[in-house]
Design a protein around this ligand. Structure first.
Ligand code: AMP
Ligand code: MG
Length: 349
Protein backbone atom coordinates (compact mmCIF):
# COMPACT_ATOMS: atom_id res chain seq x y z
CA UNK A 1 0.00 0.00 0.00
CA UNK A 2 2.67 2.44 1.06
CA UNK A 3 4.88 1.70 -1.94
CA UNK A 4 1.96 2.19 -4.27
CA UNK A 5 1.14 5.41 -2.54
CA UNK A 6 4.63 6.80 -3.02
CA UNK A 7 4.88 5.70 -6.61
CA UNK A 8 1.69 7.47 -7.45
CA UNK A 9 2.75 10.47 -5.46
CA UNK A 10 6.18 10.86 -7.02
CA UNK A 11 5.23 13.62 -9.44
CA UNK A 12 3.34 15.81 -7.02
CA UNK A 13 4.82 19.25 -6.98
CA UNK A 14 3.44 20.27 -3.63
CA UNK A 15 0.85 19.06 -1.23
CA UNK A 16 -0.38 22.43 -0.04
CA UNK A 17 -1.15 25.44 -2.18
CA UNK A 18 -2.95 28.75 -2.14
CA UNK A 19 -6.23 28.05 -3.84
CA UNK A 20 -7.33 31.18 -5.75
CA UNK A 21 -3.94 31.57 -7.42
CA UNK A 22 -3.78 28.22 -9.07
CA UNK A 23 -7.40 28.14 -10.05
CA UNK A 24 -7.55 31.70 -11.31
CA UNK A 25 -9.03 34.21 -8.94
CA UNK A 26 -11.52 36.92 -9.69
CA UNK A 27 -9.98 40.03 -11.23
CA UNK A 28 -9.32 42.60 -8.51
CA UNK A 29 -11.71 45.57 -8.45
CA UNK A 30 -10.13 48.99 -8.92
CA UNK A 31 -10.15 49.67 -5.17
CA UNK A 32 -8.49 46.33 -4.52
CA UNK A 33 -4.82 45.58 -4.44
CA UNK A 34 -2.76 44.24 -7.32
CA UNK A 35 -0.80 41.04 -6.92
CA UNK A 36 2.88 40.71 -7.72
CA UNK A 37 4.75 37.41 -7.78
CA UNK A 38 8.43 36.47 -7.91
CA UNK A 39 10.08 33.05 -7.63
CA UNK A 40 13.72 32.12 -7.12
CA UNK A 41 15.60 28.91 -6.43
CA UNK A 42 17.05 29.28 -2.94
CA UNK A 43 17.62 27.03 0.06
CA UNK A 44 17.44 24.03 -2.24
CA UNK A 45 13.89 24.72 -3.37
CA UNK A 46 11.61 27.14 -5.19
CA UNK A 47 10.81 30.16 -3.07
CA UNK A 48 7.76 32.16 -4.21
CA UNK A 49 6.79 35.52 -2.76
CA UNK A 50 3.43 37.05 -3.70
CA UNK A 51 2.61 40.53 -2.45
CA UNK A 52 -0.61 42.55 -2.63
CA UNK A 53 0.19 46.20 -3.37
CA UNK A 54 -1.40 49.43 -4.49
CA UNK A 55 -0.11 51.50 -7.41
CA UNK A 56 1.61 54.03 -5.13
CA UNK A 57 3.64 51.23 -3.55
CA UNK A 58 5.07 49.89 -6.80
CA UNK A 59 8.57 51.33 -6.26
CA UNK A 60 8.80 50.33 -2.61
CA UNK A 61 7.73 46.86 -3.71
CA UNK A 62 10.81 46.40 -5.88
CA UNK A 63 13.06 47.41 -3.00
CA UNK A 64 11.16 45.04 -0.73
CA UNK A 65 11.67 42.13 -3.14
CA UNK A 66 15.38 42.90 -3.43
CA UNK A 67 15.72 42.95 0.33
CA UNK A 68 13.76 39.70 0.72
CA UNK A 69 15.95 37.86 -1.81
CA UNK A 70 19.17 39.24 -0.31
CA UNK A 71 18.03 38.13 3.14
CA UNK A 72 17.09 34.61 2.08
CA UNK A 73 20.37 34.26 0.18
CA UNK A 74 22.23 35.42 3.30
CA UNK A 75 20.42 32.83 5.45
CA UNK A 76 21.25 30.11 2.93
CA UNK A 77 24.91 31.09 3.19
CA UNK A 78 24.73 30.85 6.99
CA UNK A 79 22.65 27.69 7.42
CA UNK A 80 23.40 25.40 4.50
CA UNK A 81 25.25 22.25 5.35
CA UNK A 82 26.29 22.02 1.70
CA UNK A 83 28.08 25.38 1.58
CA UNK A 84 31.57 24.65 2.91
CA UNK A 85 32.01 28.19 4.22
CA UNK A 86 28.61 28.47 5.94
CA UNK A 87 28.49 29.02 9.69
CA UNK A 88 26.87 25.62 10.15
CA UNK A 89 29.71 23.94 8.21
CA UNK A 90 32.21 25.74 10.43
CA UNK A 91 30.52 24.30 13.50
CA UNK A 92 30.42 20.84 11.93
CA UNK A 93 34.14 20.81 11.35
CA UNK A 94 35.09 22.36 14.66
CA UNK A 95 35.10 19.56 17.23
CA UNK A 96 36.29 19.98 19.99
CA UNK A 97 36.49 23.78 19.72
CA UNK A 98 33.76 26.33 20.39
CA UNK A 99 32.78 28.46 17.39
CA UNK A 100 31.36 31.99 17.53
CA UNK A 101 28.23 32.34 15.34
CA UNK A 102 25.82 35.11 14.35
CA UNK A 103 22.60 35.75 16.20
CA UNK A 104 20.38 34.08 13.55
CA UNK A 105 22.14 30.74 13.77
CA UNK A 106 22.35 30.93 17.54
CA UNK A 107 18.62 31.59 17.69
CA UNK A 108 17.79 28.72 15.31
CA UNK A 109 19.97 26.33 17.33
CA UNK A 110 18.36 27.47 20.57
CA UNK A 111 14.89 27.00 19.05
CA UNK A 112 15.87 23.57 17.69
CA UNK A 113 16.86 22.47 21.18
CA UNK A 114 13.56 23.77 22.58
CA UNK A 115 11.53 21.98 19.86
CA UNK A 116 13.53 18.81 20.36
CA UNK A 117 12.52 18.85 24.03
CA UNK A 118 8.92 19.67 23.17
CA UNK A 119 8.74 16.73 20.74
CA UNK A 120 10.54 14.33 23.10
CA UNK A 121 13.50 14.03 20.78
CA UNK A 122 11.58 13.47 17.53
CA UNK A 123 12.95 16.72 16.10
CA UNK A 124 16.69 16.29 16.11
CA UNK A 125 19.13 18.42 14.11
CA UNK A 126 22.00 16.00 14.88
CA UNK A 127 20.60 13.18 12.70
CA UNK A 128 22.74 14.01 9.68
CA UNK A 129 25.08 10.99 10.01
CA UNK A 130 21.95 8.82 9.69
CA UNK A 131 20.46 10.94 6.89
CA UNK A 132 23.74 10.55 5.02
CA UNK A 133 23.97 6.80 5.70
CA UNK A 134 20.45 6.15 4.38
CA UNK A 135 20.99 8.40 1.38
CA UNK A 136 24.20 6.57 0.46
CA UNK A 137 22.52 3.22 1.05
CA UNK A 138 19.77 4.30 -1.35
CA UNK A 139 22.40 5.09 -3.99
CA UNK A 140 24.10 1.73 -3.44
CA UNK A 141 20.69 -0.03 -3.37
CA UNK A 142 21.48 -1.96 -0.21
CA UNK A 143 20.22 -1.65 3.34
CA UNK A 144 22.73 -0.33 5.88
CA UNK A 145 23.96 -2.92 8.36
CA UNK A 146 23.07 -2.81 12.06
CA UNK A 147 26.67 -1.90 12.77
CA UNK A 148 26.60 1.03 10.32
CA UNK A 149 23.36 2.32 11.84
CA UNK A 150 24.68 2.11 15.38
CA UNK A 151 27.97 3.77 14.40
CA UNK A 152 26.04 6.65 12.80
CA UNK A 153 23.76 6.83 15.82
CA UNK A 154 26.81 7.19 18.04
CA UNK A 155 27.52 10.48 16.29
CA UNK A 156 24.08 11.94 17.07
CA UNK A 157 22.35 13.36 20.15
CA UNK A 158 20.93 16.80 20.92
CA UNK A 159 22.55 16.76 24.35
CA UNK A 160 25.93 16.95 22.66
CA UNK A 161 25.26 20.46 21.37
CA UNK A 162 26.44 23.07 23.81
CA UNK A 163 25.31 26.68 23.48
CA UNK A 164 27.80 28.86 25.31
CA UNK A 165 27.85 32.51 26.28
CA UNK A 166 28.82 35.12 23.69
CA UNK A 167 26.97 33.22 20.95
CA UNK A 168 29.45 30.38 20.81
CA UNK A 169 28.58 26.79 19.96
CA UNK A 170 30.48 23.62 20.77
CA UNK A 171 29.90 20.02 19.67
CA UNK A 172 30.78 17.49 22.32
CA UNK A 173 31.38 14.42 20.13
CA UNK A 174 33.67 13.86 17.16
CA UNK A 175 31.97 13.20 13.80
CA UNK A 176 28.80 15.15 14.61
CA UNK A 177 27.08 17.21 11.90
CA UNK A 178 24.21 19.60 12.45
CA UNK A 179 21.53 19.66 9.74
CA UNK A 180 18.96 22.47 9.73
CA UNK A 181 17.02 20.98 6.78
CA UNK A 182 13.94 20.59 8.98
CA UNK A 183 13.77 24.20 10.23
CA UNK A 184 15.90 26.64 8.17
CA UNK A 185 13.41 27.16 5.34
CA UNK A 186 10.76 28.08 7.89
CA UNK A 187 13.10 30.58 9.48
CA UNK A 188 13.86 32.12 6.08
CA UNK A 189 10.12 32.47 5.41
CA UNK A 190 9.66 34.28 8.74
CA UNK A 191 12.50 36.63 7.86
CA UNK A 192 10.99 37.32 4.43
CA UNK A 193 7.67 38.14 6.14
CA UNK A 194 9.44 40.46 8.56
CA UNK A 195 11.12 42.32 5.68
CA UNK A 196 7.81 42.75 3.81
CA UNK A 197 6.08 44.07 6.93
CA UNK A 198 8.94 46.46 7.65
CA UNK A 199 8.34 47.91 4.15
CA UNK A 200 4.64 48.38 4.89
CA UNK A 201 3.21 45.30 3.12
CA UNK A 202 0.67 43.39 5.19
CA UNK A 203 -1.00 41.10 2.67
CA UNK A 204 1.28 38.49 1.11
CA UNK A 205 2.14 34.86 0.95
CA UNK A 206 5.52 33.19 0.93
CA UNK A 207 6.10 29.57 -0.09
CA UNK A 208 9.49 27.92 0.36
CA UNK A 209 8.99 24.37 -0.95
CA UNK A 210 5.88 23.62 1.10
CA UNK A 211 6.64 25.94 4.02
CA UNK A 212 4.05 28.70 3.65
CA UNK A 213 3.35 31.88 5.55
CA UNK A 214 0.14 33.78 4.80
CA UNK A 215 0.25 37.42 5.83
CA UNK A 216 -3.00 39.36 6.27
CA UNK A 217 -5.51 38.56 3.58
CA UNK A 218 -5.64 37.85 -0.13
CA UNK A 219 -5.55 40.70 -2.68
CA UNK A 220 -9.31 40.25 -3.01
CA UNK A 221 -9.77 41.02 0.66
CA UNK A 222 -10.78 37.46 1.56
CA UNK A 223 -8.90 35.11 3.89
CA UNK A 224 -6.09 33.11 2.28
CA UNK A 225 -7.44 29.67 1.42
CA UNK A 226 -5.03 26.78 1.47
CA UNK A 227 -5.84 23.52 -0.25
CA UNK A 228 -4.32 20.29 1.00
CA UNK A 229 -3.98 17.64 -1.67
CA UNK A 230 -4.39 13.94 -1.30
CA UNK A 231 -0.79 12.66 -1.66
CA UNK A 232 -2.06 9.71 -3.64
CA UNK A 233 -4.26 11.66 -6.04
CA UNK A 234 -3.04 15.11 -6.78
CA UNK A 235 -6.29 16.16 -8.42
CA UNK A 236 -8.11 15.55 -5.16
CA UNK A 237 -8.26 18.15 -2.38
CA UNK A 238 -8.86 16.62 0.98
CA UNK A 239 -9.16 19.82 2.93
CA UNK A 240 -9.20 23.58 2.72
CA UNK A 241 -8.09 25.81 5.57
CA UNK A 242 -8.58 29.54 5.81
CA UNK A 243 -5.76 31.37 7.53
CA UNK A 244 -4.57 34.85 8.35
CA UNK A 245 -1.12 35.67 9.70
CA UNK A 246 -0.35 31.99 10.08
CA UNK A 247 2.15 29.50 8.71
CA UNK A 248 1.11 26.26 7.01
CA UNK A 249 3.85 23.70 6.40
CA UNK A 250 3.93 20.13 5.18
CA UNK A 251 6.51 17.39 5.65
CA UNK A 252 6.38 13.80 4.62
CA UNK A 253 7.72 10.78 2.91
CA UNK A 254 5.49 11.17 -0.15
CA UNK A 255 8.00 13.16 -2.18
CA UNK A 256 11.47 12.51 -0.81
CA UNK A 257 12.60 9.00 -0.13
CA UNK A 258 15.15 6.41 -1.17
CA UNK A 259 14.20 3.09 -2.70
CA UNK A 260 15.96 -0.07 -1.57
CA UNK A 261 14.82 -3.57 -2.49
CA UNK A 262 11.44 -2.36 -3.74
CA UNK A 263 10.69 -0.48 -0.52
CA UNK A 264 10.71 3.26 -0.01
CA UNK A 265 12.46 4.85 2.93
CA UNK A 266 11.63 8.37 4.06
CA UNK A 267 14.27 11.13 4.16
CA UNK A 268 13.12 11.90 7.72
CA UNK A 269 14.89 9.81 10.33
CA UNK A 270 13.47 8.58 13.61
CA UNK A 271 16.39 9.47 15.90
CA UNK A 272 15.25 6.92 18.45
CA UNK A 273 15.68 3.95 16.10
CA UNK A 274 18.12 5.24 13.48
CA UNK A 275 15.61 4.15 10.83
CA UNK A 276 13.55 6.30 8.46
CA UNK A 277 10.16 7.23 9.89
CA UNK A 278 7.11 5.34 8.70
CA UNK A 279 3.39 5.45 9.31
CA UNK A 280 2.80 9.14 8.71
CA UNK A 281 2.74 9.86 4.97
CA UNK A 282 2.41 13.59 5.48
CA UNK A 283 1.97 16.04 8.32
CA UNK A 284 0.62 19.54 7.77
CA UNK A 285 1.01 22.00 10.64
CA UNK A 286 -0.59 25.39 11.16
CA UNK A 287 1.24 27.68 13.59
CA UNK A 288 1.86 31.40 14.14
CA UNK A 289 5.57 31.14 13.28
CA UNK A 290 6.89 29.35 10.21
CA UNK A 291 10.06 27.90 11.71
CA UNK A 292 7.98 26.31 14.47
CA UNK A 293 5.49 24.93 11.96
CA UNK A 294 8.40 23.62 9.85
CA UNK A 295 10.09 21.82 12.74
CA UNK A 296 6.81 20.51 14.16
CA UNK A 297 5.76 19.09 10.77
CA UNK A 298 9.06 17.19 10.58
CA UNK A 299 8.58 15.94 14.15
CA UNK A 300 4.98 14.85 13.53
CA UNK A 301 6.26 12.50 10.82
CA UNK A 302 8.41 10.78 13.46
CA UNK A 303 5.97 10.69 16.35
CA UNK A 304 3.13 8.20 16.46
CA UNK A 305 -0.20 9.54 15.34
CA UNK A 306 -1.42 9.66 18.94
CA UNK A 307 1.70 11.41 20.23
CA UNK A 308 1.49 13.96 17.44
CA UNK A 309 -2.15 14.77 18.07
CA UNK A 310 -1.55 15.12 21.81
CA UNK A 311 1.36 17.44 21.18
CA UNK A 312 -0.63 19.75 18.92
CA UNK A 313 -3.59 19.70 21.31
CA UNK A 314 -1.29 20.80 24.13
CA UNK A 315 -0.04 23.78 22.15
CA UNK A 316 -2.68 26.43 22.32
CA UNK A 317 -5.38 27.67 20.09
CA UNK A 318 -3.45 28.88 17.09
CA UNK A 319 -1.81 25.52 16.37
CA UNK A 320 -3.37 22.83 14.23
CA UNK A 321 -2.35 19.75 12.30
CA UNK A 322 -3.53 17.35 9.67
CA UNK A 323 -1.93 13.95 9.50
CA UNK A 324 -2.25 11.58 6.60
CA UNK A 325 -1.28 8.14 7.74
CA UNK A 326 -0.38 5.20 5.60
CA UNK A 327 -3.36 3.08 6.51
CA UNK A 328 -5.25 5.96 4.90
CA UNK A 329 -7.94 5.94 7.52
CA UNK A 330 -7.63 8.33 10.40
CA UNK A 331 -6.59 11.93 10.06
CA UNK A 332 -6.91 14.78 12.38
CA UNK A 333 -7.42 18.43 11.76
CA UNK A 334 -7.68 21.35 14.07
CA UNK A 335 -9.08 24.14 11.97
CA UNK A 336 -7.90 27.70 12.23
CA UNK A 337 -9.44 30.13 13.04
CA UNK A 338 -12.49 28.21 14.18
CA UNK A 339 -10.15 25.91 16.13
CA UNK A 340 -12.57 23.05 15.89
CA UNK A 341 -11.26 19.56 15.69
CA UNK A 342 -12.57 17.54 12.82
CA UNK A 343 -12.13 13.93 11.99
CA UNK A 344 -11.18 13.39 8.39
CA UNK A 345 -11.43 10.20 6.52
CA UNK A 346 -9.61 9.90 3.26
CA UNK A 347 -11.21 8.07 0.40
CA UNK A 348 -9.61 4.67 -0.26
CA UNK A 349 -6.46 5.05 -2.32
P1 AMP B 1 11.35 18.76 6.31
O1 AMP B 1 11.26 18.71 4.83
O2 AMP B 1 11.15 20.13 6.90
O3 AMP B 1 10.50 17.74 6.98
O4 AMP B 1 12.85 18.42 6.69
C1 AMP B 1 13.43 17.21 6.34
C2 AMP B 1 14.93 17.32 6.44
O5 AMP B 1 15.30 17.51 7.81
C3 AMP B 1 15.64 16.07 5.98
O6 AMP B 1 15.92 16.13 4.60
C4 AMP B 1 16.89 16.08 6.84
O7 AMP B 1 17.84 16.97 6.28
C5 AMP B 1 16.40 16.68 8.14
N1 AMP B 1 15.89 15.67 9.10
C6 AMP B 1 15.69 14.34 8.88
N2 AMP B 1 15.18 13.76 10.00
C7 AMP B 1 15.06 14.75 10.93
C8 AMP B 1 14.59 14.78 12.28
N3 AMP B 1 14.15 13.68 12.92
N4 AMP B 1 14.62 15.97 12.92
C9 AMP B 1 15.06 17.11 12.31
N5 AMP B 1 15.52 17.13 11.04
C10 AMP B 1 15.51 15.97 10.35
MG1 MG C 1 10.37 20.77 8.63
Amino acid sequence: MKILLHRIARGISGLIFVIGLLWGCARPHSDQLQRSSQTKVLMGTYVTVDVCYSREDARVLLDAYNEVWARVQELQEIMSLYEPRSEISRINGSYPDAVPVGHELYQVLDSSIRISELTRGAFDITVFPLVHLWRESGRAKRLPSKMEISQAQDRTGMRFIELLEDQRVRLLKPGMSLDLGGIAKGYAVDEAARVLRSRGFKDFFIDAGGDLYLGGQSCQGTPWRIGIRNPARKDQIIDIVEVRNQAVTTSGSYEQYVEIGGRNYSHIIDPRTGFPQEGVVSATVIAPITYEADALATALCVLSQQEGIELIESMGESYGALLIVSDSRVDHLKLVPSLKYQEHRLPKF
